[in-house]
Write a protein that binds this ligand. Structure first.
Ligand SMILES: [Zn+2]
Length: 446
């Protein structure tokens, strides 16, 4: 048990780190000095782009924050698991549910019209109070994790964003968004993980098969539902109604031999000064979304180049391919997870592979594997972005506009134009701006 004590200590240290590291970032003074820095992108003697001092300063804070978050999340969970906290929480919930079990003497859904619909073998594998314990355990873990990261998120999403002039949101507005995000995460994740453990209990041997089908279906459904139900919770979303731009879109689509009937605008300027555009969905649910910041600040030619890039994603069906790839990898991962749980539950002191007290361990393993796979994911994503860039250049035939566009993006979004190779490999889902500009220059020369 001395080991347990070490893990507990480590857990406490990590708690302090996650709660107080924003203070450390703040005390560097980098954020406070940001207003005095220039956001202008320069050109070296050989013509290569040079990041602005302001973008460099922001990057100097966001990179360590990104790495911290990536490391601390699985570590915190593992320490909670190995320090015995997870088992203690499940036992405490069990005792509470035990009271209910005695009061009813039979599990709630064994009787009554609903109970008769549930097969007897399932009722025995998952008595009602156990279902309640699973639900409450998942709820507690998800809620506490979100709360632990609150100071961190407040620093990065509000304080830092204001120091660098990237946000125009009020504190109240930010808090409102945080609450919405918090509730959304609970509404999505709690049933998801409860369902996961229910499935493990009901189908101890074959759960990865059904869990794989369900997760693939759910992630596809999320892609379709997000722009329609979730984005409007945070922003006003309207179809693009400027006749000039609409004509532009239709001509472009025509030239590319595709059918794009609607482009959507997200009114983000009430919250952020950043520009953005993206493509999402598949089949008939495919859509191109532009931030209103792009429409107000950029020339029609520049918007056309952006639209052509997003059409590239549409044309190559990137969203569908992405969902399928993640789904297939995730499915294989579920079988790996089953193998791991079957072989390690005893070591962790769990009552079985399907003991919900193993959730922190499961979450930590998934986070660690996802992080290890970042280079593959980022590499594939960069490949898709290069395809879309090339598509944009071919369809719009405006390489010089493409170049000035990305220089403007670097200024407005405070992006560094280039990063070390390792950072690009792991974190960059888009090619660095120097590479994108380089592609356009080479296209121009042809
Ligand atoms: Zn793109």
């Amino acid at each position: 048990m001395t080991h347990q004590k070490t893990w507990r200590w480590l857990f406490l240290v990590l708690l302090v780190v996650i709660l107080f590291s924003p203070l450390v970032y703040w005390s560097t003074g980098i954020g406070q000095a940001a207003t005095g820095l220039s956001a202008g992108v320069g050109r070296g003697p050989d013509g290569t782009l040079i990041s602005s001092p302001k973008a460099e300063a922001l990057h100097g804070l966001t990179l360590p924050m990104r790495i911290e978050r990536l490391l601390i999340y699985p570590l915190l969970l593992i320490c909670f698991q190995l320090g015995g906290g997870s088992l203690a929480l499940r036992r405490w919930l069990d005792r509470k549910a035990q009271g209910r079990r005695q009061a009813h003497s039979v599990v709630p859904y064994r009787e009554g019209p609903v109970g008769r619909l549930v097969p007897r073998s399932w009722r025995e594998r998952l008595p009602g109070p156990d279902l309640l314990v699973i639900f409450l355990f998942v709820l507690a873990i998800e809620a506490v994790l979100a709360l632990l990261f609150l100071p961190f998120n407040y620093y990065s999403g509000f304080i830092l964003a204001h120091q660098f002039g990237l946000s125009v949101q009020t504190a109240l507005g930010w808090a409102g968004d945080w609450v919405k995000n918090f509730l959304l995460a609970l509404i999505i994740n709690v049933p998801l993980w409860t369902g996961f453990y229910v499935l493990m209990r009901l189908m101890p041997r074959r759960w990865p098969i059904l869990a794989g089908v369900l997760s693939l279906t759910l992630s596809a459904a999320m892609v379709v539902v997000t722009p329609v139900l979730i984005t409007p919770l945070f922003y006003e979303v309207r179809p693009l109604d400027e006749p000039d731009l609409r004509d532009h879109v239709l001509t472009l689509a025509d030239r590319a031999g595709m059918h794009v009937d609607e482009v959507y605008v997200v009114y983000a300027s009430v919250k952020t000064t950043r520009v953005n555009a993206y493509f999402t969905g598949f089949g008939d649910a495919r859509r191109i979304v532009l931030y209103d910041t792009l429409l107000t600040d950029y020339t029609p030619d520049q918007v056309e180049v952006v639209l052509a890039h997003e059409m590239g994603h549409w044309y190559y069906r990137h969203m569908l391919l992405g969902v399928l790839a993640v789904g297939v990898v995730g499915w294989i991962g579920l079988f790996g997870l089953k193998w791991l749980l079957d072989h390690t539950w005893r070591l962790l002191g769990l009552s079985g592979p399907a003991d919900v007290a193993g959730l922190p361990y499961v979450l930590a393993v998934i986070a660690a594997v996802t992080t290890l796979m970042l280079p593959v994911y980022s590499g594939l994503s960069r490949y898709g972005e290069r395809q879309a860039d090339h598509f944009s250049l071919v369809v719009s035939q405006k390489p010089e506009v493409f170049i000035e566009l990305f220089e403007r993006f670097a200024v407005q979004n405070l992006s560094v134009v280039d990063v070390p190779a390792w950072e690009k490999l792991v974190f960059y889902t888009h090619p660095p701006i120097v590479e994108r500009v380089d592609m356009a220059e080479r296209f121009h020369e042809q």
